[in-house]
Design a protein around this ligand. Structure first.
Ligand SMILES: CC(C)(COP(=O)(O)OP(=O)(O)OC[C@H]1O[C@@H](n2cnc3c(N)ncnc32)[C@H](O)[C@@H]1OP(=O)(O)O)[C@@H](O)C(=O)NCCC(=O)NCCS
Length: 181
């Protein structure tokens, strides 16, 4: 039984199998991608298109079954006014080759401002160096702009600073972490 009911869905697009409405996808990014590459919201069937092994190139995924994937997908879909996960698919291969997420933090600060957080950026190792990473960031920043975020922030390892600088970001502050498990 799906956990996604009409009563608790913030957007009508939740009736579809995409995680968020695809009108938030940047047309400029789509036009810039190599042939047969599609930038789109995460889809309920992306478990079958290599989404999790791709994420595994970023960090540990563990054993996420199809059922667990769908459970998390629906959780995200029900929050599609604050959570956005997009992918780039190589349509010829039917394979997800890039992914990234954006989270919106609704604050009191800055007159009820919205801060956007970029998370979980990854490009398949066979496809790196072809600007897909840059286009993923651009597509996420486009969503942040559409949602009127006043800033976009992210954490990254030292050896990724150059990549994010190429995407228009500047180092600021220091990340702190307290891992609980
Ligand atoms: C980081 C990552 C997403 C970059 O993706 P990519 O598609 O290979 O990057 P792009 O081709 O879009 O690179 C854009 C620009 O950044 C540069 N760049 C890419 N990685 C870089 C790095 N680690 N350091 C410095 N510059 C880098 C590229 O040379 C390119 O420069 P150009 O525009 O002058 O040609 C990819 O290497 C990856 O998935 N890594 C593993 C997961 C990871 O660490 N994600 C980041 C988590 S914070």
């Amino acid at each position: 039984m799906g956990s996604n009911t009409a009563a608790d869905t913030p957007h009508p697009s939740n009736a579809t199998d995409f995680q968020f409405p695809d009108d938030l996808i940047s047309e400029e990014v789509q036009q810039a991608l190599p042939p047969a590459h599609l930038v789109r919201p995460l889809h309920i069937d992306d478990h079958e298109k290599g989404f999790l092994p791709l994420l595994g190139q970023l960090s540990s995924v563990g054993n996420v079954t199809k059922e667990m994937f769908r459970e998390r997908f629906h959780w995200l879909q029900q929050r599609n006014d604050t959570h956005y996960t997009l992918v780039i698919e190589d349509v010829d291969k039917g394979k997800v080759v890039g992914a990234g997420s954006l989270l919106l933090d609704h604050k009191f600060l800055h007159e009820n401002g919205i801060a956007a957080h970029i998370e979980d950026i990854v490009v398949d190792e066979e496809t790196r160096g072809k600007s897909l990473g840059k286009w993923i960031i651009k597509a996420l920043v486009h969503i942040a702009d559409e949602r009127k975020a006043y800033k976009v922030i992210l954490n990254c390892a030292q050896d990724k600073i150059g990549f994010y600088e190429k995407c228009g970001f500047k180092p600021k502050s220091t990340m702190m972490a307290s891992y609980r498990t």
